[in-house]
Design a protein around this ligand. Structure first.
Ligand code: ADP
Ligand code: MG
Length: 700
């Protein structure tokens, strides 16, 4: 159980004044909490990525584009939407002696606009300045102030990433209220280290970041920011070491298969394993056969064939008369693994079952009973596999298909489901060597660098979205000759306020062209609808699958050979690479079209250039790290590295060795975290939600 002192931080954000049901939902989305709901801690960890320095008042002509600025201007003209039924915005033209800009308001409150922006008056207007079709404009300025309002403004203000419908003031207010409720926490860091880095306390660091007194105060390397990043690295290293220590305590069990079932599977396949797959499998089998517990990472680029390796490893467990489990990060993936591996495994005489959060009660009861009776050899599922009621007769091997999600701390808890369970974590993001340690601690690594033979290079092109007409003509021809197409859009919900082509819009638009051969899948669909759309595409009943990034992780339809990514400039490099990896899986020629909206920033155009240049995931991962080090903020979420909320390895990797050392020293002094410092470190684990590790302590 989480220590009570932390409860206020994990209270729902909606309990704060100023956060109503509607803004609450927006916060859930902004903070990536979905149906679980955002909590105070989430907004506290949602750090500003920029500040507006009100002391600096640029002229319109000189003001930075795509940044939040404060501008002094005269109100020139109001331009209400024309036409009675027009859904167009209400525009207000303002100017200074260097130029003019338009303020753009959708669903506007006309009375407020007229009152706040009287013609002929001077106003101080703050918001994101953009160049749109040749005009400077500010959509929904956060502030429109008169002289008195200006006088009340703090000199430096934080700027947060937002989601559609949420304003800077909503986030600032929520952060301010959350800070007031921050409990007094004991220091968990080693005093010498804190002094060395001139680190503020945890509370002081949060206060400084949400209420910066200068633009430098929030820099990623500023003491406050570094303090929090270090805290997070410390928590994660501590958790990794604790899990690891616990695993080492237990002796493993030797599991040796006969190889007979694996032979049957291989005989049924139309291909033979690559050299890399054979090597990885041999490494895994050797680990399983030893009496030490296996903790191994199988990393390989998308399409390198990790799943087959996993299946053969699980087969060894079954041959030895024991059980295996495989956990996927999403429902879609769990089903896909089940559908693909199921027939292969049962053809070779193994019994395979699926367990997800969507099973009916009766199904679930039956699965659980069969599992504990040993009537299931291989269980495939989502995180539903973690639940306490899920018991195996004799689990030998747990495979965790992490793809590029790094919740490894929790996943390792799967090892608690049996005695001396061997663990194989699979990741599709090729991780540069230096990062393996960060995410996985001391773990053995097998790498599939070689791709299955016969794969053709993916023809990758970038083009401006204006050429969409040509793209559609080309798709018509391709589809007529049997091709299948993924069409990825970056946002789920239709948004009228930004010119975003949301999946829904695009779906309807493509439907007008391709009729009912178009399917749609996104994260807000009901599970069954999602499955139905995926299945229809997998069976070739639809030719175009419009999707949000839910297809990013691992979905495999070998016949799909064209990937269109709309607003490619909004995706990170790793994400683009993952998406592209959905095609080029069969022997057909594949292509990937990156449709972008011009003008491209430097980082975005560097990303697209790298995508055109290489398909080597390892190289892409390295380039990604470099590019992110250059402080790109547009389109990227604030938190730097996957699995981390505050630490960005491109910036904070230098802190890692120190955090590792501190974690190791703390555990050496107090392995069960029982002392005063131990208590504080336990709080740290909960604060960063590494609590599986803390739970292990109790169990031990
Ligand atoms: P990953 O999980 O590493 O992204 P998959 O395991 O999904 O890759 O494999 C991608 C595709 O390649 C699958 O359709 C799989 O059947 C196929 N495949 C796997 N191994 C080989 C091989 N040795 N030769 C040819 N195709 C293979
Ligand atoms: Mg896979």
């Amino acid at each position: 159980m989480r220590p009570a002192i932390l409860n206020p931080l994990f209270a729902p954000l909606a309990s704060l004044p100023g956060v109503g049901p509607k803004t609450g939902k927006l916060f859930d989305r902004l903070l990536d909490r979905g149906a679980d709901g955002a909590r105070l801690i989430d907004v506290l960890f949602h750090l500003p990525y920029q500040t507006v320095d009100r002391r600096n008042r640029p002229k319109i002509r000189d003001a930075e584009r795509d940044a939040v600025v404060l501008i002094e201007a005269r109100v020139v003209e109001h331009r209400p939407p024309s036409g009675r039924y027009s859904k167009g915005p209400y525009r207000v033209l303002v100017e200074d002696d260097t130029g003019d800009m338009q303020l753009v308001f959708f669903h506007s409150n006309v009375a407020w606009i007229e009152k706040s922006l009287p013609i002929g008056e001077t106003r101080w207007i703050s918001g994101r300045l953009e160049l749109y079709e040749g005009h400077l404009q500010m959509t929904h300025p956060d502030k429109v102030l008169d002289a008195a309002g200006l006088a009340r403004l703090p000199p430096v203000e934080p700027v947060y990433f937002l989601t559609e419908g949420l304003y800077q003031r909503n986030v600032a207010r929520a952060a301010e209220e959350a800070l007031k409720r921050l409990p007094a926490l004991p220091e968990w860091r080693d005093p010498a280290g804190l002094k060395l880095r001139a680190s503020p306390s945890f509370a002081e660091a949060l206060a400084r970041l949400h209420g910066p007194d200068s633009p430098e105060a929030i820099a990623p390397t500023a003491p406050a920011r570094a303090r929090l990043a270090y805290d997070e690295l410390l928590a994660s290293q501590l958790a990794l070491m604790m899990v690891r220590a616990r695993m080492k305590d237990e002796n493993g069990r030797a599991t040796t298969g006969t190889g007979a079932t694996a032979e049957k599977i291989l005989a049924a396949l139309p291909f033979s394993p690559t050299g890399a797959q054979r090597v990885a499998l041999a490494e895994i089998r050797a680990d399983m056969a030893s009496d030490k517990r296996m903790l191994r990472l199988l990393q390989g680029d998308v399409g390198s064939g990790k799943t087959l390796v996993a299946l053969l490893a699980m087969t060894s467990a079954v041959e030895a008369g024991r059980q295996a489990a495989m956990m996927a990060p999403t429902e879609i993936l769990a089903r896909q693994h089940f559908e693909r591996l199921g027939p292969l495994a049962s053809g070779a005489g193994m019994r395979v079952a699926l367990l997800t959060g969507r099973d009916t009660a009766a199904q679930r009861r039956r699965t659980l009973a069969d599992l504990v009776a040993g009537d299931i050899d291989i269980l495939i599922g989502t995180h539903a596999i973690f639940q306490d009621e899920v018991r195996f007769r004799d689990l030998a091997l747990a495979v965790v298909d992490e793809q590029h999600r790094f919740g490894v701390h929790q996943r390792l808890a799967l090892g608690e489901k049996g005695s001396a369970v061997d663990i194989l974590v699979m990741t599709a993001t090729p991780i540069p060597r230096t990062l393996v340690l960060t995410y996985f601690g001391d773990m053995d690594v097998s790498t599939l660098r070689e791709k299955p033979a016969g794969r053709q290079p993916i023809d990758t092109r970038a083009m401006p979205i204006e050429r969409i007409g040509d793209v559609i003509e080309a798709l018509k021809r391709a589809i007529a000759s049997g091709a299948q197409v993924y069409w990825v859009c970056p946002l789920v919900e239709e948004s009228e306020e930004l010119d975003v082509s949301a999946a829904q819009d695009r779906f309807e638009n493509l439907r007008q062209i391709f009729g009912d051969r178009v399917g749609l899948v996104h994260g807000q669909l009901k599970g069954r609808d999602k499955d139905a759309a995926m299945e229809a595409f997998a069976r070739g009943e639809t030719s175009v699958l419009v999707a949000t990034t839910v297809i990013e992780v691992g979905v495999d339809v070998p016949n799909a050979t064209i990937m269109v990514i709309e607003h490619a400039e909004r995706f990170g490099l790793a994400q683009l690479h993952q998406l592209r990896g959905r095609v080029g899986r069969g022997s057909g020629k594949s292509s990937c079209l990156l449709l972008y909206k011009a003008p491209l920033g430097d980082v975005a155009s560097a990303r697209l250039a790298i995508m055109r240049e290489t398909e080597d995931g390892f190289r892409i991962a390295e380039e990604d790290l470099k590019l992110r080090g250059e402080g790109d903020v547009l389109g990227a979420r604030q938190s730097g590295s996957p699995g981390f909320r505050l630490a960005d390895l491109a910036i904070h990797a230098g802190l890692l060795p120190h955090a590792r050392e501190e974690a190791a020293a703390a555990l050496r002094d107090d392995p069960d975290l029982r002392g005063e410092r131990g208590d504080a470190l336990r709080l740290l684990l909960y604060l960063f939600e590494r609590e599986e590790a803390a739970r292990l302590l109790r169990a031990g």
